[in-house]
Design a protein around this ligand. Structure first.
Ligand SMILES: NC(=O)c1ccc[n+]([C@@H]2O[C@H](COP(=O)([O-])OP(=O)(O)OC[C@H]3O[C@@H](n4cnc5c(N)ncnc54)[C@H](O)[C@@H]3O)[C@@H](O)[C@H]2O)c1
Length: 421
């Protein structure tokens, strides 16, 4: 487990994250001093004890303090003097209005700032606390300002209390963000012996990834609980439903549907969400998470419409009429609403969809075009190049084939790409 290259690390804050991080980094072979203003925590760690219960932590603290790799102190300035890396693990609690409390981070940044002028070697200041995107730049780099000898890096923590030691030693994700490539690589290398590939990103991306992960976890729990509650009401085994759902690793537990893009539509998702929430309401059940999905989708569509209306063009081409690529199904396509909004505001439109040829579609799709949206049927352009030579801007609502992408790019017509936001 020991890492070959030893780094001197000061871990600032010996709470759940800081103490586990300090002890585990020491176990990986680094020389670590854990710093906290709470004397009780420092005394405990210095004496070889975990300051709180966390499975496996007591043993690692005992082992690493015993070997001299881990020490603890209340003196931040002295601890930073010999450090190559300062790993900030202070608390970032919620304020009463939901805002993130950055008081501890500000104070610790000010203390680091005081120590910088005396340094001769570089200090990599790493933010491991969870902070809103922009905080590393605004609060940490903002406080350290033009002082010499420092770089700022973000390295969010993904451990869970109760399995924090295992989560550290077998991480689900390792993210290191920063603008200085050498500093980012140096921080990623602290974890080399764990054998996990680090995702190297920018500062703000690293900060955002942590929020995206936690919101996703919360969303998953909320979803499972709403489906579970509905199952219970219908006397259906909730565990079996969710376990079976999880067996689908192509569409359910997978990257599918997790790409930011255009609003969803089609013949199934809106209909089935409506049916489920309506039936739940009839049983006097509130499912706020599921009930919020369609309004969220409408809001997303509204943003796309605003972006389309802001285009400085009178003649606009629309690439894609169906609700997604490779289908001619028009039911509940959000593109119809987009088109109607643009027409209503006086824009001239032509619409091209590789799979919708008015003369060729039949059945419910043809009826839909002829009866429900005859005004849109008249706008259909059979050839992409014809539309491109006519329009001043093109709005892409579904993923084009490589050939069609090349055609669009070669035309020089500026694109509003709703597929990748
Ligand atoms: N607890 C978790 O499971 C978890 C998981 C991932 C990320 N995080 C994030 O990590 C951060 C820390 O969380 P935590 O649960 O360890 O917090 P915590 O409140 O348990 O610990 C913070 C510690 O920092 C110390 N501290 C504050 N200011 C200090 C200063 N100026 N100098 C020295 N020590 C100082 C406090 O005394 C405290 O011991 C938060 O941003 C949190 O959101 C927490």
């Amino acid at each position: 487990m020991d890492s070959g290259t030893e780094t001197n690390i000061a871990v600032l804050g010996l709470g759940y994250v800081g103490c586990v991080t300090a002890a585990c980094l020491a176990k990986l072979g680094h020389r670590v001093v854990g710093v906290d203003r709470d004397e009780h925590k420092v005394r405990n760690v210095a004496a070889g004890h975990a300051p709180f219960y966390e499975p496996g932590l007591e043993e690692i603290v005992k082992e690493t303090t015993g070997s001299g790799r881990l020490s603890a102190s209340t003196d931040l300035a002295e601890s930073l003097a010999s450090a190559d890396v300062a790993l900030i693990c202070v608390g970032t609690p919620s304020e009463a209005n939901g805002n993130l409390g950055l008081g501890q981070l500000r104070r610790v940044s000010e203390e680091i700032a005081k120590s910088l002028p005396k340094r001769t070697k570089e200090l990599i200041v790493v933010v491991r606390s969870t902070v809103f995107p922009g905080t590393c730049e605004e609060v940490v780099a903002g406080t350290l300002g033009s002082l010499p000898h420092y770089k700022v890096v973000s390295n969010p923590e993904f451990l869970r209390e109760g399995s924090a030691v295992r989560d550290f030693l077998e991480p689900s994700l390792l993210v290191v963000g920063g603008d200085d490539a050498a500093a980012v690589r140096r921080i990623a290398s602290l974890y080399d012996s764990l054998g996990v590939e680090a995702c190297l990103v920018t500062l703000r991306t690293a900060e955002m990834i942590k929020y995206a992960c936690n919101c996703f976890h919360a969303l998953k729990i909320g979803f499972a609980n709403e489906i579970g509650t509905l199952c219970a009401k219908l006397s259906i085994p909730a565990g079996e439903v969710m376990d079976t759902l999880c067996r689908d690793v192509k569409l359910n537990i997978s990257p599918a549907y997790l790409k930011p893009g255009f609003a969803f539509g089609g013949s199934c998702l809106p209909k089935d969400l409506r049916a489920l929430t309506y039936r739940a309401a009839r049983m006097d059940m509130k499912l706020p998470l599921l009930e919020s999905v369609l309004p969220g989708n409408e809001e997303h569509l509204r943003r796309s419409i605003q972006a389309a209306l802001a285009l400085p063009a009178a003649r606009i081409g629309i690439f894609g009429l169906a609700f997604k690529e490779n289908t001619d199904d028009l039911r509940e396509s959000p593109v119809v609403t987009l088109i109607e909004s643009l027409l209503g505001k006086g824009r001239e439109l032509r619409v091209f969809d590789p799979h919708i040829k008015i003369d060729e579609i039949y059945g419910s799709n043809q009826l839909f075009v002829l009866n429900a949206i005859p005004h849109i049927g008249k706008l259909m352009e059979p050839k992409l190049d014809q539309m491109l030579s006519w329009c001043e801007r093109i709005i892409v609502t579904q993923k084009p084939t490589r050939e069609m992408s090349q055609l669009i790019a070669a035309s020089g017509v500026p694109v509003l790409d709703l597929v990748t936001i």
